[in-house]
Design a protein around this ligand. Sequence first.
Ligand code: HEM
Length: 450
Amino acid sequence: MAKPMAAEPRSKPAIASGAGGPLVFTLGSWFTWTAIGVALPALGLFLISVAGSLARGAWETLPVLASTHVATLGWVTMMIMGAAAQMAPALLGARIRGEATLPYQYGVFTLGALLIVIGFTRGQLTAAAAGGAGVALASLWFVVLILWTGRTARPTAAMPAHLPVAFACFGLVVLWGTVLALNLWREFWPGLLAEHRGVVVHLTLGLGGWFGLMVVGTFYRVVPLIHGARVASGHRGLAILLLVMCAIFAIFAGVAAKVDWAFRVAAFLASAALLLFGSEIVHVLRRRRRRAGDLNVSHWYAVAAYSAALGGVAAGWGIWPMRSDPPDRLGECVVVLFLLGWVTQAMIGQLYKITPFLMWYYRATLQDMPTIPHNPNLYRPRVGDGVFWSSNAGVLLVTIGIWERATSMVQVGAVVMTLSALALAYMLAYRWIPSVLSGRLPFQWGRRIS
Ligand code: HEM
């Protein structure tokens, strides 16, 4: 067994080529690689280009819609699909059902998402609607494979109830998004466009149901396990699920019956869910066993901070004093804080634990496999610290810039976010390439998930 290491080596390792076996690029990595290596840096560039529209409050323009869907489909949904595919065997004790179809599912989803983004960017709504159909097909395909895998899992390894509900919302949001795109193109349902009704339902399903419940369910499934700490109470997780589901139904009722108070009820329910979740995160992290530096912990603390801020804003909006002029501006800030802050921090944080991607970084820098687990900062690669601070600074600058209508501040925030995305991409998606090209690390394509 090799000796434990004091720090990451700066010089070329004295290990013979291939000492740890080949670096295998498996099927599950296709999704995570695309999300980290392509979509997140692209999102930064899109944000820089739409900074002026964001600051003006023009959030429904087509270029902003393109940026939104680079974030929701390219970055977050791709990441979730990759992580779910790779972690299912470990967490559910079952291989992904229909694994052989995943390369095709990946192809249909990626092409569909690309068509949506190109369609919105160029104002070609036919292309956006066609892309929506492709994304909806690939998403439903994925949902069926995961739920089928869940059914055959070990009884003790069940998914938290948040996850099946999240997957159901995933299916619905992509179908609804496709209807919205068709409606923008053909205008067959004018009522959807009035008072943003169609988009409010879409946001509720996508941000609250799909991303929100996925993050909460992932937290309950893996974070207590990896940190060796118990949650405060099993009932709290269930209460969060019920609060979110009631908030979703309250919004649907508000949209259908056009009653304003239903939205305020939803705001209080969402606020309670966020505050409960934030306190649960802090409870678990404070009781973790391992005290060594761990970016997973830092990112979850950031999620707790965003939960407190968003919970406060939701309650403030529910009891009136919190308003903006125009009213949409507050909503724009909330979506930015939630999508680029809350959700994105949870995604990046989990990378340090639940995908084999961190291993890629160490294989490219250390290569000697047996020494990797002895690295004292295994879960805290140096580049990751910079990513943590810059991703949070960027999102705060963008949010404050939108609130203050300051285009230059939104631009600076977007540049900072782009730099953080490029650093993450370098660390996890590209850092291994020079080692492979120079022949120091053998490479292999793997036709299995992970
Ligand atoms: C994970 C799935 C999705 C999420 C979380 C999501 C999220 C969002 C968000 C946050 C917005 C509002 C942002 C803005 O106006 O800039 C939006 C608007 C929109 N989305 Fe999606 N989206 C998803 C999938 C889709 C799909 C597959 C399509 C199909 C083309 C689509 C079509 C649309 C359309 C047409 C609008 C504008 C509606 C309007 O303003 O009336 N979305 N989406």
